[in-house]
Design a protein around this ligand. Structure first.
Ligand code: C2E
Ligand code: CA
Ligand code: CA
Length: 402
């Protein structure tokens, strides 16, 4: 990083930088006043006078272009210098949409300054505008905003559906509950992958109403599963970290559960290790849910960087062994050792284990032998709409333990 002294003093009429200079830092005015002007046809056009606390000189840095204006001290002035790295890193780390908006704003301001005192044709404006959206990252950010809009529309038009995948007791192969999995068949885009569109929903405010709808629908459907089978079943609902930061999350969940009349311990909230990125608020909310009797399931266990330390931070009731382990448990000795290790650990901690992605009998029997409590996977049933799953349960055509 280039080192520069933090403060610099300027005399009256001293030039801070001139139009066309290379931009290497931005400034905050500690005291005094700065005039910004633009030179056009050998004539100076003052565009603004800035005072204490104002920032200037940032445009050239953010765009990586020469100075588009001249800055002169109007009186003895003290400036605080901000390095290129300080600003540039922040913009690079920002949300891609925010980054794009900043770039567009800067580009527009520059264009306005360039055209000062000159009439501009509509065509020129259109060409100029499209320039600012060029580039791979700009395109990506625009696509994301468009996709977010599609998701909002789909929610408004009730295009989302819930599917349910049975979770069985691995000793008996009897269905004990389900995992609720969202589906979106867009009339224009076709079937969309939930891991992809839920990630986008999580990055926008849509996750709050959408997550609420998922919970409501899944708990209502659990009641139907219970009524129609006469069995005491549970529902596992995937909850994203962002939902736990909603101040109304707990009261909404509790009100929905009470209204539908399902005991809290029949509802499992599936969380991944990513919730730790949402800070202590999310963890506190999860703890509150657990105090109310809801069960907590740690999903995709073993795929993160520090799954073990998370088990120390958060008390959970269930642990789902990720598909990447179960899929290879038969052919790969290392996977087998890891799965044994995870299952022993969960037994020691009094946590129920769920093996995900079970695709054949051999895999089911192997996990059964290792002491895994529950199983879920295409071998037992694929996720499907409630009517189809009810048909399957009633026809008793599910696999049986021999
Ligand atoms: P996940 O929570 O790990 O869900 C399990 C995924 O494995 C599901 O994919 C399920 O269909 C699939 N699966 C189940 N059994 C088998 C099997 O035997 N073999 C194979 N190859 N796959 C199996 P799906 O439904 O495409 O969901 C993908 C991810 O999208 C989920 O992963 C979850 O992270 C997210 N997701 C789905 N529904 C929701 C939701 O309602 N809310 C939230 N926040 N995320 C959801
Ligand atoms: Ca899950
Ligand atoms: Ca999973």
């Amino acid at each position: 990083m280039k080192s520069i002294s933090v403060f610099r003093d300027y005399r009256e009429n001293e030039v801070v930088f001139s139009q066309g200079d290379a931009g290497d830092c931005a400034y905050i005015i500690e005291s005094g006043r700065i005039q910004i002007s633009i030179r056009k046809n050998d004539e100076d056009f003052p565009v603004s006078v800035l005072g204490e606390g104002d920032i200037f000189g940032e445009m050239a840095i953010l765009e990586g272009l020469p100075r588009a204006a001249t800055a002169i001290a109007l009186e003895p002035t003290r400036l605080c210098l901000i390095s290129q790295d300080q600003l540039f890193q922040r913009i690079q780390n920002a949300d891609p949409v925010v980054r794009l908006l900043v770039q567009i704003l800067i580009h527009r301001t520059r264009s306005m300054n360039k055209n000062l005192g000159r009439k501009v044709s509509d065509e020129e404006v259109a060409i100029d505008d499209s320039q600012s959206k060029k580039g791979h990252r700009g395109r990506e950010a625009i696509d994301q905003v468009k996709f977010e809009a599609e998701l909002h529309k789909a929610f408004g038009e009730k295009e989302f559906r819930m599917h349910y995948q049975p979770i069985v007791d691995l000793r008996t192969f009897e269905v004990r509950g389900f995992e609720a999995l969202i589906r979106w068949d867009s009339p224009t885009l076709g079937r969309m992958r939930p891991d992809i569109f839920m990630k986008v929903a999580e990055e926008s405010s849509l996750i709050i109403p959408l997550g609420r709808w998922i919970q409501q629908q899944s708990i209502e459907d659990l009641q139907r599963f219970q009524n129609e089978t006469g069995e005491d079943l549970f529902m596992s609902i995937n909850v994203s970290g962002r939902q736990f930061t909603d101040p109304h999350y707990v009261e909404d969940l509790e009100a929905t559960r009470a209204r539908i009349g399902i005991p809290a311990d029949r509802i499992k909230l599936e969380v991944t290790e990513k919730i730790f990125l949402n800070g202590s608020i999310a963890i506190k909310t999860i703890e509150k849910c657990r105090e109310l009797g809801f069960q907590i399931s740690l999903d995709d266990f073993g795929t993160g960087y520090s799954s073990l330390s998370y088990l120390k931070e958060l008390v959970v009731d269930n642990l789902k062994v990720d598909q990447s382990f179960t899929r290879t448990v038969l052919g790969d000795k290392r996977s087998d050792s890891l799965v044994r290790c995870i299952l022993n650990l969960s037994q020691d901690l009094g946590i129920k284990s769920v093996g995900e992605g079970i695709e054949d009998l051999q895999m089911a029997l192997h996990l059964q032998k290792l002491g895994c409590d529950y199983g879920q996977g295409y071998y037992f049933a694929k996720p499907d709409a409630i009517d189809k799953i009810l048909e399957l349960l009633k026809s008793k055509s599910l696999k049986r333990a021999s």
